[in-house]
Design a protein around this ligand. Structure first.
Ligand code: C5P
Length: 241
């Protein structure tokens, strides 16, 4: 059976790239019910801890815990259990942690969700960080080509039972071809054609990314730094629609 389609606003993952709990709270209050998911990354989580997840969930909103776990299988599986108990909607790990690490984490999350009667979070893999290029891959002993490594690691993640991957706009095509239409693809690097690109080098508009096959879009600064963030969200929803 095909999964139900995701509504345009629910495709938007807002990157809560802020320093403080109160700032996070202000953004959640503003964008509550206007976006699908709030992404909590390493900076905010290290500053505020799990109470930031609880704050977002208590407002009836969803959390993507973006901590990119990478460690021995048992350690990542235990971290995945904790994320599941905190009722995050999504969390992620590095595919480079290997098949066993990913498989054990998927199983642990599924099993703890079942025993606490909670939904299992969507688990996403990071393939190759988009900050790396062919040269830096070679430095760590990976021969590339980079795009083929991305496809290979996406396939390995799927084999481990992971639900999808985080991928740059350029990687969507190869991942769709390798992993089929039901494997989730979450894409950052989204910009409006008229907007500044910040430090993102290869960007797509929200509509182009969805057209190319992205299921969810991670968007931070185009909303956060907009004169009118609600209007910016509205424009993104219209572009996706
Ligand atoms: O502000 P902007 O829309 O560029 O935010 C993008 C978000 O997605 C940030 O939280 C960033 O850490 C994350 N991200 C990214 N590129 C990747 C992976 C994640 O920009 N390849």
């Amino acid at each position: 059976m095909n999964p139900p389609p995701i509504a345009p606003k629910d495709k938007i993952i807002f990157a809560l790239d802020v320093e403080h709990f109160t700032e996070a709270q202000r953004w959640v209050n503003l964008l509550k019910d206007r976006v699908g998911i709030f992404k909590v990354g390493k900076q905010l989580f290290t500053h505020s801890g799990p109470k930031v997840i609880d704050m977002i969930c208590q407002k009836g909103q969803k959390v993507f815990l973006d901590l990119k776990y990478h460690d021995i299988p048992n350690t990542v599986a235990k971290a995945g259990e904790e994320a599941t108990k905190h009722q995050v909607a999504m969390f992620n790990l590095h595919a480079l942690g290997g098949l066993e690490m990913m498989r054990k984490t998927v199983e642990a999350s599924r099993s703890i969700a079942k025993s606490f009667n909670l939904p299992k979070p969507i688990i996403l893999a990071v393939t190759i960080l988009t900050s790396m290029d062919e040269e830096s891959l070679k430095e760590i002993g990976v021969q590339g080509p980079l795009i083929e490594e991305v496809g290979r690691l996406a396939l390995l993640s799927q084999k481990a039972g992971v639900d999808g991957v985080i991928a740059s706009p350029q990687e969507i095509g190869i991942i769709r071809r390798q992993c089929g239409e039901h494997f989730l693809i979450v894409t950052p690097g989204i910009r409006h054609p008229s907007a500044k690109k910040d430090d993102q080098k290869r960007t797509l508009t929200p509509g182009e990314a969805v057209e190319a096959g992205a299921d969810y879009l991670v968007i931070g600064r185009p909303i956060k730094e907009a004169k009118d963030p609600l209007e910016a969200v509205q424009k993104i929803v219209e572009d996706i629609s």
